[in-house]
Design a binder for this molecule. Structure first.
Ligand SMILES: Nc1ncnc2c1ncn2[C@@H]1O[C@H](COP(=O)(O)OP(=O)(O)O)[C@@H](O)[C@H]1O
Ligand SMILES: [Mg+2]
Length: 582
């Protein structure tokens, strides 16, 4: 049963990989043609060897010499051209396919919903993109070479062997099935351990990445020793898994060699009989041996064919799993594309729980925010504020209930068309490895130069940007100029504003900052409020005082709502939180 299922999976994998290969039909056909030429030429060259020795060395017939000296170099040249063109073409196809898969992966990952990123570690995805793609490249490149070129070469040489003396050839062919059986057994073992070691590679790169990112914590807590110990443990496991795989691979080569020499001995022993009895010309025995030796490399490659295929399929399996992932946030067919959005928000009995947890984060939340209102969510950390913000972006859907935008279920909207009217500023905004200008432009790719500048001015960012070495064209991000936390937040606000959003989401945009920066970012936020719906989350209550409506969240429910003054007077949760802070 299990075996049957694995066979099914393999068929799916082979078919999908083949689809990539077949995209290069013409080149592939050319490569295959040159492989066939190569295989034939190899057979012809070894066959000619016998007659060559016979005429020149034994019959001493020098009249043939000139013809041979024209024919042979011509054959060598054709062999050279054929071999070069099939190597080159298969390399080309391999690279092209990997390029294509990489591109597909990149865009597919962007199509997936948040839920995917909760489930998958980024280092695991990275290891697939790097290691597994490498395996696939070598697989798609070598499988046709081994499977077509070398199989055809062996066939052509086998033909030569049988043509010269079929009885002798039979002896060589006799042991072949035995060999292939042994190799098949090895292949299975290799595939399993190859898969395990690939998974460990991802573990290793995850540990590396973790330490790189957390190096300050590691050092501050003298955690180096333990971190290294833990790393070594994984590293050790990887080593033994890899060795298991390599043991299987290392034996297949020598095994072939051993069998090859045994066969050779048998052939020479048998040949001596045929030569004495005159059934085989000694010169033709040279051709026979040459064909035998020439077959060795291709045979060896063919014996690796299975392990290569298994390794490639294991890798393709891991990549294909990602390509098979489906976004869980899906659009209804004929989704609504609004001309514009007013920005009215309503939650109707919204409940949410993360797929990985049993606790409900939001329980039966109902609320209304009118267009152009400023609403704030407050409450202890972990009470579900960011979850609300993410629901408003439709990163995921409520488990029950509905969110309505302008009176229409958010699930009815075209995702991109809706998000076009929404902007987000969080506490840890990513700046891409690009210029300041392009980082702001992320918010609105069709913004004009002056719109970008206006946004920066509104976000109080223009002043420090113009102080940078190249102004708006200064590179920032990982490899560029370092910006302070406050500057980063103001760039993020500029990015959010240049979009001219109808709904602005601010999730603790002023957290993680020192007091001075916090004030600067707060000023920037106040600059950009107005004529849009704003949903803000802040742990510092002084920043939400001016909100039209404040919602107090506790244990997944809204326990209070109203303006700052209302809530202070109510002497409830909000008052408690507020007094605790001031
Ligand atoms: N991706 C996730 N998977 C599982 N649980 C999550 C995830 N994100 C947040 N949570 C949990 O949901 C609850 C609410 O989180 P969040 O909305 O981020 O709270 P807040 O922003 O108010 O601090 C927390 O208990 C948190 O642990
Ligand atoms: Mg939060």
């Amino acid at each position: 049963m299990n075996l049957l299922k694995m066979g099914e999976r393999n068929r799916v994998l082979m078919r999908s990989l083949f689809a990539y290969l077949i995209e290069h039909k013409k080149r592939l056909a050319f490569a295959v043609f040159s492989m066939l030429v190569l295989a034939a030429i190899r057979g012809i060259i070894v066959y000619i060897l016998g007659p060559l020795i016979q005429t020149i060395f034994i019959d001493k017939n020098y009249s043939m010499l000139r013809e041979l000296y024209i024919a042979l170099p011509a054959l060598f040249l054709i062999r050279f051209a054929a071999e070069y063109s099939n190597n080159y073409t298969m390399n080309y196809i391999g690279q092209k396919i990997v390029q294509r898969i990489r591109e597909n992966l990149f865009s597919h990952i962007h199509a997936l919903s948040m839920e995917f990123y909760w489930r998958k570690r980024s280092s695991d995805v990275m290891s697939r993109v790097i290691n597994d793609l490498n395996n696939i490249q070598s697989t798609v490149q070598f499988i046709p070479l081994y499977g077509i070129r070398d199989v055809m070469t062996v066939l052509s040489l086998t033909f030569v062997l049988f043509y010269i003396n079929w009885k002798l050839a039979l002896i060589g062919a006799f042991i072949l099935p035995v060999t292939s059986l042994a190799l098949k057994k090895l292949g299975k073992k290799m595939r399993r351990s190859s898969k395990e070691s690939q998974e460990l590679v991802s573990d290793i790169s995850h540990k590396f990445q973790e330490s790189l990112q957390g190096i300050a914590v590691v050092k501050a807590f003298n955690y180096e020793k333990r971190a290294i110990e833990k790393f070594s443990a994984t590293n050790d496991v990887y080593f033994s898994k890899m060795m298991r795989y390599l043991r299987a691979t290392s034996i297949s080569g020598p095994l072939m060699e051993l069998l090859g020499s045994m066969i050779l001995l048998a052939v020479i022993y048998a040949a001596s009989g045929y030569i004495f009895s005159g059934q085989l010309k000694p010169a033709m025995f040279f051709s026979f041996i040459a064909a035998f030796f020439t077959a060795y490399m291709p045979l060896k490659n063919i014996s690796n064919l299975n392990s290569k295929l298994q390794m490639g399929l294991a890798s393709w399996d891991r990549i294909y799993q990602i390509l098979e992932e489906k976004p869980v946030v899906i659009e209804s067919p004929g989704a609504f594309r609004p001309e514009k959005i007013e920005g009215e928000i309503e939650f109707r009995a919204v409940s949410y729980k993360y797929p990985t947890s049993n606790d409900w984060v939001l329980k039966d939340i109902s609320l209304k925010i009118r267009a152009n209102e400023i609403a704030a969510f407050v409450g202890p950390s972990g009470c579900g504020k960011s979850t609300i913000i993410q629901l408003l972006l439709r990163f995921f859907d409520p488990v029950s209930g509905a969110i309505l935008i302008d009176g229409r279920d958010l699930r009815d909207y075209d995702l991109k068309a809706y998000r076009q009217y929404v902007s987000l500023v969080t506490q840890d905004n990513i700046l891409f490895d690009d210029t300041v200008y392009n980082n702001i432009l992320v918010g609105n790719q069709s913004a004009s130069h002056s719109e970008v500048e206006q946004a920066a001015i509104a976000a109080d960012a223009n002043a420090f940007i113009t102080q940078m070495p190249n102004g708006y064209q200064t590179g920032i991000g990982e490899r560029g100029v370092k910006v302070s936390g406050g500057q980063r937040q103001r760039l993020a606000i500029a990015r959010a504003i240049v979009r001219r959003p109808r709904i602005l989401l601010l999730d603790e945009a002023t957290s993680n900052l020192d007091t001075a920066s916090e004030q600067a970012v707060q000023n920037a936020i106040e600059n950009v409020l107005g004529d849009k719906t704003v949903v803000m989350v802040a742990h510092r209550l002084s920043t939400v005082r001016n909100a039209d409506k404040i919602f107090v969240l506790k244990n997944g429910s809204i326990v209070e709502q109203g303006s700052h003054e209302d809530l202070i007077q109510a002497q409830g949760e909000y008052k408690k939180l507020y007094s605790a802070q001031s």
